[in-house]
Design a binder for this molecule. Structure first.
Ligand code: COA
Length: 213
């Protein structure tokens, strides 16, 4: 079974590193930007556009989502990552769960297809991660948390026990969500925010400017 990474950006390098930590080597990277074809991502060849995947049957290849996101106050920026996963999953292609060897995942945590747990991250007992969820470098998902499909828990963010996050939300780097709170679908939590109240769907939380120009 070959592994192919979708998208040749910065997150692709992070997932390739996670795969290598488990002695897995992707065969290729594909990217919609055909000018990149012939190049390398962390030593892995960029062999063609996304559609090249379709030359292989669903039984021959597994896919890894290498597309990251850039959140803004207005938008989680996750639609591209979500669309890429959805397009190929709908055709029957499988996205395995991937985790860096240094990640800690409780034995009774559940992870949906394509969930990614990066270096140093911790997923604690009875946590439930949806499909295509990204728990990024050194993030913490405490016991009994529920994380909806496509959500990104960015580097160093902490979800305290029993937190519930909807689909497609961005929890910014280093943010802390206090226990048992909920963050709605598509919401954006700023990097470094401390969330002490529920956050509604599509809402923005945090981002108070500190310092002066
Ligand atoms: C809050 C955030 C979503 C705002 O993004 P944006 O809408 O593009 O806004 P900008 O970056 O243009 O910043 C707008 C203002 O907010 C300030 N600001 C941005 N992020 C901030 C934060 N996390 N906390 C406090 N202030 C912040 C900026 O300094 C700027 O201030 P100014 O208007 O006085 O110049 C973004 O900065 C953020 O925190 N994203 C999460 C980053 C992350 O998790 N990355 C992980 C990648 S792996």
């Amino acid at each position: 079974m070959s592994l192919i990474v979708l998208c040749a950006g910065g997150h692709a390098r992070v997932v390739i590193e996670a795969l290598r930590s488990r002695c897995m080597r992707p065969a290729a990277v594909v990217d919609r930007d055909t000018t990149l074809v012939g190049g390398l991502v962390s030593g892995v060849p960029i062999t063609g556009p996304d559609e090249d995947v379709l030359k292989m049957s669903v039984g021959q290849v597994e896919l890894v989502n290498g597309l990251g996101n850039r959140a803004s106050r207005a938008d989680s920026g996750l639609s591209g990552r979500r669309e890429l996963f959805g397009r190929f999953a709908a055709l029957g292609y499988r996205f395995p769960v991937i985790s860096h060897v240094s990640a800690t995942i409780a034995s009774d945590a559940t992870l949906g297809d394509g969930a990614q747990v990066m270096a140093g991250a911790v997923v604690q007992p009875a946590a439930r991660l949806g499909r295509n969820v990204l728990v990024n470098t050194r993030a913490v998902v405490e016991h009994d948390c529920i994380v909806g499909d496509h959500t990104h828990v960015a580097p160093g963010a902490v979800l305290c026990g029993g937190v519930s996050i909807g689909e497609g939300a961005h929890i910014g780097a280093g943010a802390v969500i206090l226990g048992r709170l909920s963050v709605g679908a598509g919401a954006v939590v700023a990097a470094g925010a401390v969330v002490a109240r529920n956050v509604g769907a599509g809402a923005f939380a945090g981002g108070d400017r500190i310092g002066s120009r």
